[in-house]
Design a protein around this ligand. Structure first.
Ligand code: A2P
Length: 218
């Protein structure tokens, strides 16, 4: 149709319902608040500050995001590879406007980004472009061998000057590394360190987040 040809969105994705945005945002804030007080974190503070001994307030360090979402396909108004094909996919059309239940299984923090890992169901994977993980192989060797859907995440915040696209790359990079050392049992789950300022908290109980499959034009 004319609509498809002339106006593809900036991206398609699952948009958290507003009450869920508040819940996820608060959980992330609580995590950041606790993380920067842990001795294990302070030991590696230089990853964030460039200086030992210096303190960091992670809540201030990251600029938090508003429209919390899990991008499925970045279309860049049709300029991105595969954008038109994605928009035409019957599953995409059929699912448009439907509410899904996303499972957030981990929170991760790096000196660049903070995000939530999303573990997609078989049904949700039908909306996930099959080549997503392969596209980052050049920058992140090993990412193409990860299971399809490994990049699925919600960007919760970025350090000053960092673009949100970095969050998915940070997640893929963590997933290509050997499992980090378990440094702390927190209320929410176990915290692992992956060197170079990369932290991942596997949630004891995944957060169930209702989200509408839709698109964003900007
Ligand atoms: P993410 O999905 O990690 O949050 P921007 O504001 O920079 O235009 O980005 C809009 C959204 O599209 C963000 O959610 C962002 O990252 C995602 N995004 C931006 N560029 C890309 C890309 N090259 N590949 C995949 N997702 C992207």
């Amino acid at each position: 149709s004319l609509l498809e040809e002339t106006s593809l969105p900036l991206y398609f994705g699952w948009f958290l319902l507003s009450s869920v945005q508040v819940k996820v945002g608060c959980t992330a804030m609580d995590f950041l608040k606790t993380l920067d007080t842990l001795e294990a974190f302070k030991k590696h503070i230089v990853d964030f500050t460039g200086q030992a001994e210096k303190e960091v307030d992670l809540e201030q360090y990251f600029e938090t995001k508003e429209t919390l979402h899990c991008t499925t396909k970045f279309c860049n108004y049709g300029k991105a590879d595969g954008a038109k094909e994605y928009a035409k996919n019957p599953v995409v059309k059929k699912s448009y406007g439907s509410v899904f239940s996303l499972s957030l299984t981990a929170l991760f923090v790096t000196p660049r980004t903070v995000g939530a890992r999303v573990s997609l169901t078989e049904e949700q994977l039908q909306l996930w472009p099959a080549d997503t993980e392969k596209e980052s192989e050049e920058g992140i060797p090993g990412s193409a061998s990860l299971p399809v859907g490994s990049r699925a995440h919600i960007t919760l915040g970025c350090a000053s000057g960092v673009e949100p696209v970095q969050t998915g790359l940070d997640l893929l990079q963590i997933l290509t590394l050997p499992e980090g050392e378990a440094v702390e049992e927190m209320e929410l789950g176990s915290l692992r360190y992956y060197d170079e300022g990369r932290w991942m908290l596997s949630l004891r109980e995944p957060i169930c987040a209702a989200a509408c499959f839709s698109s964003f034009y900007g």
